[in-house]
Design a protein around this ligand. Structure first.
Ligand code: ARG
Length: 562
């Protein structure tokens, strides 16, 4: 159903001396305005070979080609504009969508290759920040998009559950903490201890020594230290899971940094064997000058390993376990240097698969113009943001549809969906501001707008109360054209989203499909009793299916009524 091939077929007989099929294909453009046709072929590049002005070439070619598969073919300056046979096009799109349903747009590009996706990965004993939200929802959507493209994604939560901060946390807990308090409100209490530690150690530097001792004990397997660590990890994970539940997101693995503790000796050994370790002020580093990067610090003076050492072990473990075709890390742009170093060290170790590692970076989120961070104590709990979004959604539902039966469930799907959609509609590398009122609006470029458009489609179908079939798919109404074209684009949109690792490609597509559908809805009498009614209902059903599938790929629910 790729209409560019139809253009190739038409041009092939007259151009095969000069251009191969794929060269013709590559040159075909989609005009910005539909009055310039549906597909266009530019003739500039032929001017040299044919020694003729592009306009002349276009004129000559149009006279020679077989136009019977098209509604019309026109010359516009140096372009040949092809107008597709709307009837045949529309029928084929609708038939395909209705036959394939949610499988519409699936492809086998990935050939079932494994793609581990490192995502979310919050730090134990700290709240999940809005930054971690981005990683979670982008990662989840990428997993769904990769799966639709025939890959086998593996969602990995690389928990920040190891490091010197646990020495600090244990110290703080022993000094000021209580079991009861932690049990009552784990994350907030643990964060409070941690923040207090950082405040007090400015005046009492001896706290740092105590913290270092505790971390050493933890590394040596001391029972008290280990039990406290396990407990902190467990209560933190429980509270993270509440948020994941709210988002409807699951993981295939929770192997965090601590999992690699016993796998780092091997890394250091390999680095030594390959003569890659150098001493620098007592520490062990890998020189990365030829990559224009700072040296990677592998082992500190006291023998402690670092974040990157654990990531080296994790990368190798993932390669051995999954034999991946790609390995993705959905982590903020502030860690760009870290991932460059990681790839460079792996390359130095002789692992060519380091080329298949991709840092999927993203920009910063601000809320009402303010930066969000956990260190400074200015904590905006994701949980609160989600709850507020649900409340706002509920308010709007009460105004618009006071009799809605399952209003609370729908409010959850709309409120949470709105936050997720807003995160994903922005190109991931952009930083963006967050204003909850705007995000949860039912109009404009929002998730609720897409959900609402689909619910409208479902409501039309309920009203029609007839089964949608593929028996009569002929639509002559020109108003339907933009929507039919949008439906036909979906499979290529799915591919583009995967190639660019960009959920925003899907989100923007969903917005534009919803927009053209709403325009169609406003300008045609869908339920009028005439011969084309079954085809119009088929169009409505197709829009509903594709909007639902688009939302699914973003991790957003599609309520039938709202
Ligand atoms: N825990 C880290 C943080 O919050 C993110 C970990 C990302 N994943 C990785 N393999 N390094 O900054």
């Amino acid at each position: 159903m790729d209409y560019k091939n139809q253009v190739v077929a038409a041009l092939k007989p007259v151009l095969n001396e000069y251009l191969s099929d794929s060269e013709i294909y590559e040159k075909i453009e989609v005009p910005k305005e539909s009055k310039l046709g549906d597909l266009a072929f530019p003739t500039f590049t032929l001017a040299k070979v044919l020694r003729k002005a592009p306009q002349m070439i276009a004129q000559d070619l149009v006279e020679k080609i077989d136009q019977s598969d098209f509604e019309k073919v026109e010359v516009a300056g140096p372009y040949i504009d092809f107008f597709l046979d709307k009837q045949a096009f529309g029928e084929e799109v609708l038939r395909t969508v209705l036959d394939q349903k949610s499988a519409y747009g699936d492809n086998d590009d990935g050939q079932n290759g494994n793609v581990p996706i490192d995502m979310s990965s919050p730090n134990i004993a700290k709240p999940i920040s809005m930054g971690h939200l981005r990683s979670t929802v982008i990662g989840n959507s990428l997993a769904l998009i990769m799966e639709k493209n025939g890959y086998h994604p593996i969602k990995i939560n690389h928990l920040g559950d190891w490091g010197t901060q646990f020495g600090k946390l244990i110290t703080a807990y022993k000094l000021w903490g209580s079991e009861e308090d932690v049990k009552a409100d784990p994350i907030n209490k643990l964060l409070e201890y941690y923040v207090r530690f950082h405040k007090e150690d400015k005046e009492k530097p001896e706290l740092d020594d105590i913290a270092r001792d505790w971390f050493k004990k933890l590394e040596d397997g001391d029972e008290e230290a280990t039990n406290l660590w396990k407990w902190f990890r467990e209560v933190s994970l429980q509270s993270f899971k509440q948020i994941y539940d709210k988002l409807g997101i699951t993981f295939d693995s929770y192997k965090g940094e601590a999992f690699y503790n016993d796998k780092m000796d091997e890394i250091v050994q390999i680095l030594e064997d390959k003569d890659l370790l150098k001493e620098s002020r007592g520490a062990q580093v890998v020189d990365l000058e030829k990559y224009n990067l700072n040296p990677a610090l592998i082992k500190k003076t006291d023998g402690a390993t670092l974040y990157i050492t654990r990531d080296l072990a994790a990368a190798l473990y993932r390669y051995r376990t999954y034999n991946f075709v790609q390995s993705l890390y959905v982590v903020g742009a502030e860690q760009t240097n870290h991932f460059k170093q990681l790839k460079a060290v792996l390359k130095e170790m002789g692992y060519d698969w380091s080329d298949d590692i991709h840092h999927i970076q993203f920009g910063l989120i601000t809320l009402n113009g303010k930066k969000l961070s956990t260190r400074s104590g200015r904590v905006v709990l994701l949980d609160e943001v989600l709850n507020d979004a649900v409340t706002l959604a509920k308010k709007q539902i009460n105004e618009k549809n006071p009799d809605l039966a399952n209003a609370d469930t729908v409010a959850k799907e709309v409120g949470v969906g709105a936050v997720v959609f807003h995160d994903l509609k922005n190109e991931r590398t952009n930083s963006f501001d967050f204003n909850l009122e705007d995000v949860v609006r039912f109009e404009g470029e929002t998730g609720p707008y897409v959900q609402y458009s689909r619910a409208r489609a479902e409501s039309i179908l309920r009203k029609a109360d007839t089964e949608v079939t593929t028996d009569q798919l002929k639509i002559t109404d020109a108003n339907a054209w933009d929507t039919l074209k949008a439906l036909q684009e979906f499979p290529s949109v799915v591919q583009r989203a995967a190639a660019q690792y960009e959920p925003s490609v899907i989100a923007k597509y969903a917005l534009s499909l919803a927009k053209s559908f709403n325009k169609y809805y406003a300008n045609s009498r869908i339920l009028a009793d005439d011969a084309e009614k079954p085809a119009r209902l088929a169009l409505v059903k197709s829009v509903s299916l594709v909007l639902e599938e688009s939302l699914r790929l973003l991790g957003v629910k599609a309520p039938d009524e709202m």
